[in-house]
Design a protein around this ligand. Structure first.
Ligand code: ADP
Ligand code: MG
Length: 949
């Protein structure tokens, strides 16, 4: 193929061929990454073909969930994938900071709704619309979401409240098997097809814990009780009691093994939904005790027996139709009457004879019914009982799981409705189902597509409007006013006139002629009309439409059931006189007719009202093949479903538009810090500073001014972003970029804070260190001072001691001298030759004696005198005789100042030697070792003596 294309292209130019080859390679090589694309809006280009290829690639890789803008596409795996719904995964999605960044999953939607409730941003209440064909996985998805909420919305703190929450969750989960047993059936498309619409309201308290739930049901397909399409089955519960009853129950309910029931086709097929025990267990948990259960199952068995009742043609209008002449049929009526607590003959009479009230005085006429009428009345009886039983069960479930109004504040709604249906023969049920789907599609269109585009227009954004399929014309055709299919059907019921199917067809065609969504199948052998639904054309047969719409319940049937002795039927059909007047709109008493269509329309309006008050989320379930086989992907079937659910338009708009919109205030509050990324500049001409007083920021600021501010924030942001009048519009990628930048700035800020803190810490530490050093220095100096003071004190003590010693020495010396002198003077006075000294001389003598140390000091002064002079001074101050060297000798150190020694030979032969004169530098003058210092005064004495000689 590549060769061919290259060959084809080689004729033009080599460059073109190269480009084409690259394109082709890219195109072919795009297969592998396709499966990694989590969002269908990211496929390029967004076409049905690429979307389909992406979904197929993901399905093959066992990836079953894909985003499509705001919608989640869920492909039915048709095989168990346990790890995809494990509690661990639920917790992972619940704990994720941004669950939308994880792989697409229903848990992302669940978590998103849960967080929205927690954020309290209006509208706080959430709804999840799960739509898709029958068998696409809606009920499965709803069930998984309920399990998810049961896990995440149950984290109460106290053990007691935990137990309460657990009990509520278990009850909510237990309501599923009951609803499915009584409301689901095996159809051609789905083994567990829900034959009713269901809106579950999960109620949360202020702490976002599940405190209760409420279930609202829509349009149970009750005709299935009495009439099943070929290859389809009745509701599961009939098979469950038939297969799962215990021996004694079989006896009690008259359900012997192998018994044949005409309302129980294909009992041989065993499905996993046929588990009776699960239903019983769930009923028990919801407070339906064993006797009540027994009563319910007995009544259901009575209906099965009623189905075996057959009427034969009487051949005479005046005679009631006889039963088919077989023992089994008669036995069936008897058994049925017994099980339903009704008198057998009364039951037979009611089924076969009609009562008519006519005339002014309401005279009662009895008219035998035809065989067909008898069959209709029998079926009607069964449908009536089953429908009332179903409603009663729903009310029991609600009373068991519903929280008191003051115990919940918010809710998350789960809408699981039957998908769009188109069969070869479609009747009123399909009309109602498809009408509901049209309504929901419109809600989706209104919410997402139209709202989005209108918002762009209101916000003043330039936007090339994507053409999308608005289904309003179709809704106008079905429910519009003044004339529509519904109004015509109701009119027929109100007029209560006999009309044929052909007449109805003509009426519809003539009254609604020119309507764009009405078609006609001219080749059809039976009267019909075609409605061109958004998901495709559907042909509805007109036969039986009016009757079904009337859903007539003969008053005799209600009266009969009110007379039942069965405790359950007494509850289901209480004697109510008002009911009588409602159900007998005969004669002039024309109460407004409550038709099936009008009731359904009213409940649908109510549902949509609830949905409009919530933030909606959409999950589109897709059935990859109609055989319910794993790993098989039928492109055509998937394609038609993608078109049917309007997914392609969604993808186009999501891709081209701005799925994210944020109010100016919120945007600025969140991203104003991005201005930090901008290099420091002078404040721009854009007016108010973002950092200060943002709360005063006007909500409707001039877009141009805001644009300037945004440009400030986003000056380096290469992503598309548009500023509307009140909101900022952006794509997912822009949001991602903004968030990344914001994280950067926050990181920067964190670093700044860290840096500042560290600086502060260092400074504090340095201050502390300086203070410590100062204190240490002060202490040390104080200690040193103390020490020095002690030394001083010690020195003073020593000095004082020394002085005292010296004084004492001096005193002793003077004492000694005084003693010698006294002795000498006494000796002198005693000798006849000596004469006493004159007083002046004695005084001089005393002065010399006192001043001799001064003389010594002067003699030893380092300056002035040398050698002999010094000796003379010493001699002079000691008053030694210079001329008698025999008696004493003075040695002086010539070079050094000071007396080296004084040697004297005092009286007698004792030799004195003084070395330690206080005026001598002992360390510089080596000399003979001192013998004694005593006897120094002898020298003075000698001098004194010589002086007197
Ligand atoms: P719907 O409610 O749309 O009619 P269901 O939810 O009943 O369809 O799903 C039909 C069947 O498809 C289920 O019975 C189940 O066997 C199968 N199925 C659906 N979704 C899943 C899933 N996620 N994983 C496994 N099987 C699934
Ligand atoms: Mg279902």
């Amino acid at each position: 193929m590549l060769q061919q294309i290259n060959g084809h292209g080689s004729g033009s130019d080599a460059h073109g061929g190269e480009t084409l080859r690259e394109d082709l390679q890219e195109f072919l090589g795009g297969e592998a990454p396709l499966q990694q694309l989590d969002d269908l809006t990211k496929v390029n280009p967004v076409t049905l073909e690429t979307v389909l290829r992406c979904l197929q690639a993901r399905y093959t890789a066992d990836t079953f969930y894909t985003n499509a803008g705001c919608t989640l596409v869920a492909l039915n795996p048709f095989k168990p994938v346990p790890q995809l719904y494990s509690p661990e995964l639920m917790r992972e999605y619940h704990a994720a900071s941004q669950p939308q960044t994880l792989r697409p999953h229903i848990f992302t939607v669940g978590e998103q709704t849960y967080r929205n409730v927690r954020s309290l941003i209006e509208p706080v209440n959430q709804s999840i619309v799960v739509s898709g064909e029958s068998g696409a996985g809606k009920t499965w998805t709803s069930r998984c979401l309920m399990k998810f909420y049961a896990v995440v919305a149950a984290s109460p703190t106290s053990w007691e409240s935990h137990k309460v929450a657990e009990r509520i969750e278990q009850r909510i989960l237990n309501s599923n098997p009951i609803m499915e047993a009584f409301g689901n059936a095996c159809t051609l498309r789905n083994n567990n097809s829900s034959r009713f619409g269901k809106f579950i309201q999960l109620q949360l308290n202020g702490a976002q814990q599940m405190t209760g739930a409420a279930v609202q049901t829509y349009l149970l397909e009750k005709t299935r009780v009495a009439c099943q399409a070929p290859s389809e089955r009745n509701f599961h519960i009939f098979y469950q009691i038939y297969k799962g009853a215990r021996a004694e129950e079989r006896v009690q309910w008259r359900l012997p093994e192998g018994a044949a029931f005409s309302w129980l086709p294909h009992p041989e097929r065993t499905l996993e939904e046929d588990c009776f025990e699960v239903t019983r267990e769930a009923m028990l948990h919801l407070g339906i005790d064993a006797p009540t259960q027994n009563n319910i199952f007995q009544a259901l068995a009575g209906l099965l027996h009623l189905g075996n009742t057959r009427f034969a043609d009487s051949g005479n209008e005046a005679q009631p139709c006889p039963l088919v002449n077989d023992a089994q049929c008669e036995g069936s009526v008897r058994t049925s009457a017994l099980l339903l607590g009704l008198p057998e003959d009364h039951l037979l009479e009611t089924l076969r004879i009609r009562t008519i009230r006519a005339g002014r005085d309401q005279q009662v006429f009895r008219k035998p019914c035809s065989q067909a009428e008898c069959d209709t009345r029998r079926d009607c009886l069964a449908k009536l009982v089953y429908a009332r039983l179903f409603d009663w069960l729903v009310s029991v479930i609600n009373s068991s799981i519903c929280a008191t109004p003051d115990s919940w504040t918010t809710f998350i709604g789960l809408l699981d409705v039957y998908g769009f249906e188109s069969f070869p023969n479609n009747s009123l049920e399909q009309l109602c189902i498809n009408y509901a789907n049209e309504k929901l599609q419109q809600h989706f269109v209104a919410h997402y597509l139209r709202a989005q585009q209108e918002e762009y227009a209101v916000e003043g954004l330039a936007w090339s409007f994507v053409s999308y399929q608005d289904n309003q014309p179709c809704l106008d055709l079905i429910e519009g006013s003044p004339v529509s299919i519904c109004s015509l059907l109701n009119e027929e019921c109100r007029l209560n006139r006999p009309s044929s199917a052909a007449q109805l067809q003509t009426r519809i065609e003539s009254a609604l002629t020119g309507r764009p969504r009405l078609g006609r199948d001219r080749l059809s052998p039976e009267p019909s009309f075609i409605v061109l639904h958004y998901a495709g054309p559907v042909r509805y047969r007109t036969a039986g439409l009016v009757e079904k719409n009337k859903d007539p319940v003969p008053p005799e049937l209600t009266r009969l059931l009110q007379q039942s002795q069965d405790p359950l039927l007494k509850v289901l059909f209480p004697a109510d006189p008002e009911e009588k007047s409602q159900e007998e709109p005969s004669g002039q008493n024309r109460a407004p007719v409550l038709t099936v269509v009008s009731k359904f329309k009213a409940s649908l309006e109510q549902l949509l009202q609830v949905l409009h008050g919530t933030t909606p989320h959409y999950i589109r379930c897709i059935k990859p093949n109609s055989q319910a086989q794993a790993q098989i992907f039928h492109r055509e079937e998937v394609l038609s479903q993608l078109e049917a659910c309007g997914l392609v338009e969604t993808i186009h708009i999501s891709a081209a538009g701005f799925p994210i919109r944020v109010s100016h205030r919120n945007f600025l509050e969140r991203y104003k810090l991005l201005r930090r990324l901008r290099p420091a500049t002078t404040p721009g001409p854009h007016g108010p500073c973002l950092d200060g007083g943002h709360s005063e920021w006007p909500p409707c600021a001039e877009p141009a001014m805001l644009q300037g501010l945004l440009q400030d924030i986003l000056h380096a942001l290469p992503a598309p972003l548009h500023c509307g009048r009140t909101k900022v519009f952006m794509t997912d990628s822009t949001l991602e970029l903004l968030e990344r930048r914001r994280a950067q700035v926050l990181e920067q800020c964190a670093r700044h804070i860290q840096r500042g803190w560290r600086r502060h810490r260092c400074r504090t530490q340095a201050r502390q260190r300086r203070a410590a050093v100062l204190i240490q220095a002060a202490v040390r100096s104080w200690l040193t001072r103390k020490h020095v003071q002690r030394l001083h004190a010690a020195a003073t003590v020593i000095k004082r001691a020394w002085r005292e010693w010296r004084i004492r020495m001096a005193f002793l010396a003077s004492e000694e001298l005084d003693g010698v002198e006294e002795k000498h003077s006494s000796q002198t006075s005693c000798s006849p030759s000596s004469s006493p000294l004159p007083p002046a001389q004695t005084r001089l003598q005393g002065a010399i004696t006192r001043l001799w140390p001064l003389g010594l000091a002067l003699a030893n002064a380092a300056v002035g005198m040398h050698g002999f002079q010094r000796k003379l001074v010493v001699f002079a101050c000691l008053q030694l005789p210079v001329g008698s060297p025999r008696s004493c000798a003075v040695q002086t150190a010539q070079e050094q100042a000071g007396v080296l020694s004084i040697r004297a030979l005092p009286q007698g032969s004792i030799r004195f030697h003084c070395r330690k004169s206080p005026l001598r530098y002992a360390d510089t003058c080596p000399g003979p070792s001192p013998d004694s210092v005593t006897g120094f005064n002898q020298i003075l004495l000698e001098r004194h003596r010589l002086g007197h000689v």
